[in-house]
Design a protein around this ligand. Sequence first.
Ligand code: BEZ
Length: 253
Amino acid sequence: MKESNQWNANEYNKNADFVSKLGLPVINLLAPKKDEKILDLGCGDGTLSVEIQKYGSQVIAVDLSPDMVAKSKKKGLKASVMSATQLEFYNEFDAVFSNAVLHWVTDARLAIKNVKQALKADGRFIGEFGGCGNIQSLQEAMQTVFERHPEYGEFLNPWFFPKKEEYAKLLEEDGFCVHYIEIIDRPTPIGDIKEWLDIFANGIMQNVPTSKKESFKKEVENILKPKLFTQENGWVVDYVRLRFAAQKENNEK
Ligand code: BEZ
């Protein structure tokens, strides 16, 4: 799910399926139970929804990308196109689960409000997304290339990578009890930096003239190579996760 731009499900599957694979520890934190009703917020291609269903839970999957929702439906999931800031559920779910999505939602307060509204009393909100310092090298490299080329416009950062204290405060202010919240450094191998940019930074590159997109990516690659690339491990990006487990407070019943 992305709030600002859409991606293509085939490109995503070829080059970004690591995102789902690395989400399995978040399912452990969710600890789904048989017959629980769980919302997968930003289900992507549905890989993790299918994993959650294996516990006997009933999963409803939503994503902002119609392509991704179509992929999820092909896996037999009950899926629909919906944004985290416009969820249309009321007191329905035992848990809301979200992996690698909430950093795209810049109105975090509204997303949290929507999640709370979707949860039953005592319902759990379990998730992981980019935390403070996430992809710092990539952000700085893109910033540098924009500064070198004023004709590309401004570097507009579409992401929300909060500190754990900041996100915990937002959750608590909206009536969640935070049971666990941690920042986790997770250097992440990716296939290729230019493909990563194509998938995840196409919104950032939108004002770069088409004829200059390749050279934009090449410049970013050149800046990052000494830092993030080795012959032994290939590209390994400085991902930082914010993982949390919260519960809708009792007095909200
Ligand atoms: C992330 O999962 O942290 C992420 C992925 C793509 C763009 C930005 C962040």
